[in-house]
Write a protein that binds this ligand. Structure first.
Ligand code: DC
Length: 223
């Protein structure tokens, strides 16, 4: 079974995906981390992020593993480095390029073959796995998302204000939602979960219940 969890930055989708995969015993795929790893490789190689063909070449040449909570770029553990603000910014630019997306989408579909998977991103339920048995779209109020990102950044020792965080979140949301290829949007058949005031455990209880119901009575596949 494939479970997709899409939603914007700071919506709580990563914690939900991690917790749900653990409860179900499914593999976890963080597709945002794949875009981040490509962005990091480009930054390190001084590649112009607007040069689609150069960025695509880097994406094809580097080896990325973004499963089960850690991220490896050419064998190096970059799980922390890819969370730095400069990489977040670069990842959003890289993710707007169609050829890079094509390449990573192909990899994601390959990873979804013949295994139980919880996969998180922006386009998992709409583009990558349109036939997924179970889809969620996780969102929260922008102020709440900014607070969460701010706390994460503080914990990483980064100095930034809540206002700056909110501004960055708004800019990235606008770019992710307005890009031509695979814009961030809810799949028609995704269940919407607003985590603004919902504790993580309640989000997980809801998701786990839905998945287990569907595991017992699979829905017919769409054409
Ligand atoms: O979820 P995240 O913040 O780690 O994602 C990093 C960037 O990659 C973000 O700008 C959105 C983009 N992204 C995407 O376009 N498609 C995905 N499936 C996952 C992430």
């Amino acid at each position: 079974m494939i479970v997709t969890i899409d939603g914007p930055a700071g919506s709580g989708k990563s914690s939900a995906a991690r917790g749900l995969a653990k409860r179900l015993g499914f593999r976890l795929l963080d597709t945002g981390a794949m875009y981040r790893a490509v962005a990091l490789a480009c930054v390190r190689q001084n590649v112009d992020l607007a040069d689609e063909s150069a960025v695509t070449t880097v994406a094809r040449q580097c080896q990325i593993v973004a499963e089960d909570g850690r991220v490896l770029l050419d064998g190096e553990d970059v799980s922390q480095t890819i969370r730095e603000p400069a990489v977040s910014e670069a990842a959003s630019q890289v993710a707007s390029q169609p050829e890079v997306r094509q390449h990573l989408v192909r990899m994601q579909r390959e990873l979804g073959k013949e295994r139980n998977l919880v996969t998180e991103g922006r386009d998992q339920g709409t583009v990558v796995f349109p036939d997924a048995e179970c889809k969620f779209y996780v969102d929260a109020h922008p102020d709440e998302r900014a607070q969460r990102r701010y706390q994460e950044m503080l914990a990483q020792g980064q100095t930034i204000s809540v206002e700056e965080t909110l501004q960055q979140i708004r800019e990235r949301d606008a770019r992710d939602a307005s890009r031509v290829v695979s814009p961030m949007k809810k799949a028609d058949d995704a269940i919407e979960v607003d985590t603004s005031t919902m504790p993580l455990e309640a989000v997980l209880d809801l998701m786990e219940r839905v998945v287990r119901e569907r595991l017992n009575s699979p829905a017919p596949k769409s054409q």
